[in-house]
Design a protein around this ligand. Sequence first.
Ligand SMILES: NC(=O)c1ccc[n+]([C@@H]2O[C@H](COP(=O)([O-])OP(=O)(O)OC[C@H]3O[C@@H](n4cnc5c(N)ncnc54)[C@H](O)[C@@H]3O)[C@@H](O)[C@H]2O)c1
Ligand SMILES: [Zn+2]
Length: 355
Amino acid sequence: MRNKLFIKNKKLKTEILIKKNHISKFIKNISNKNEKVFCILDSKIKINLDFAKIKNIQIITIQCGEKVKTFDRYKYLSEKLIKSNVNRKSAIVAIGGGTLGDLAGFVASTVLRGLDFFLIPTTLLSQVDSSIGGKNGINTIYGKNLLGTFYQPKEVLIDISVLDSLPKKEIRSGYAEIIKHALIKDDLFFGWLEKNADKLLRLNKLTLEKAIYKSIMIKLFFVKKDEKEYLLNNNSRAILNFGHTIGHAIESYYNYKKYNHGEAVSIGMITEAKISNYLGLLSSSELKKIIAHFKKCGLKIFDSVLNEKKLINKLAKDKKNFQNYINFSLIDKIGSSIFYKKLDKNKVHKILKSI
Ligand SMILES: NC(=O)c1ccc[n+]([C@@H]2O[C@H](COP(=O)([O-])OP(=O)(O)OC[C@H]3O[C@@H](n4cnc5c(N)ncnc54)[C@H](O)[C@@H]3O)[C@@H](O)[C@H]2O)c1
Ligand SMILES: [Zn+2]
């Protein structure tokens, strides 16, 4: 497969470049076009920062993980930029996983009412999902991603060479979002993943690039139809939330400590596939096939909190809800999804206890 490709998306004004060993060049290019460049870097990223010598670049290193998506870190970063005389000709470059991208995107969209924003996602999850589509945000004590904006980065560089240092647990976390894309939109892609998951999880370059490309295309399909998530039908961007209604509630319930995002979403996808089956949408044979693939890949499928009433209070805070009902993105077969509205809280509790 080509190792260099552009996905130009004029409507969203973002250019996505998939290219290996390209980070320094990408940043140098930005530094040539902007008065000042603030590189916000995940402290775990070990890349050759030869661009550090460039005069107009300031590097801000930050420890990442879900706990970085807080008011406190938002305040720290935005005040640091302001103190360093950020201006409208400055650019922000975020180099890190989804948590850094979400935080930095929120900072970039709000400081001076919006600065040019560039993203270099460094986890598989951020390469296939969070760097695409312009959502950012931080968490509050009431739940996940409840504060944020829609703000498209100018350019996204996906460089798979950074994944070599990523722990296996994080590779699986990203793989969960790849499966999500297959389950909601593309049964052939799911079949391909069943055959190629082993290679992908071992970071075989060609397999990885194909899966990343496919995932991005599926994500863009929904983002282009409904960038700001206004729709309440099967074209809604909320379809990309399959597995996340339950997943986010689990993450928030455990205060982001027990599971990483992909693990919580894996449990969420299996639970929501079971809900789809309970409601007569998804066949039992397809449900079995999905569970078998998750097990084979070592993805999580269950947590005992699913039986607890307390989880319902977390579900009730989901952004997709309205009129006191819980709304889910469900699947009616592998590769086909439904925005399922208005499930009563008690009914959801009853279903969760029975599946
Ligand atoms: N904005 C969106 O559309 C969107 C979509 C999906 C997920 N998300 C968000 O993304 C977040 C999860 O992102 P994530 O899974 O990337 O988590 P993360 O940013 O916490 O990264 C996981 C861990 O890997 C480390 N890391 C990052 N890159 C590394 C590398 N190359 N080598 C070694 N270690 C590295 C990080 O420091 C962290 O410890 C969640 O907060 C989720 O809500 C957002
Ligand atoms: Zn996700």
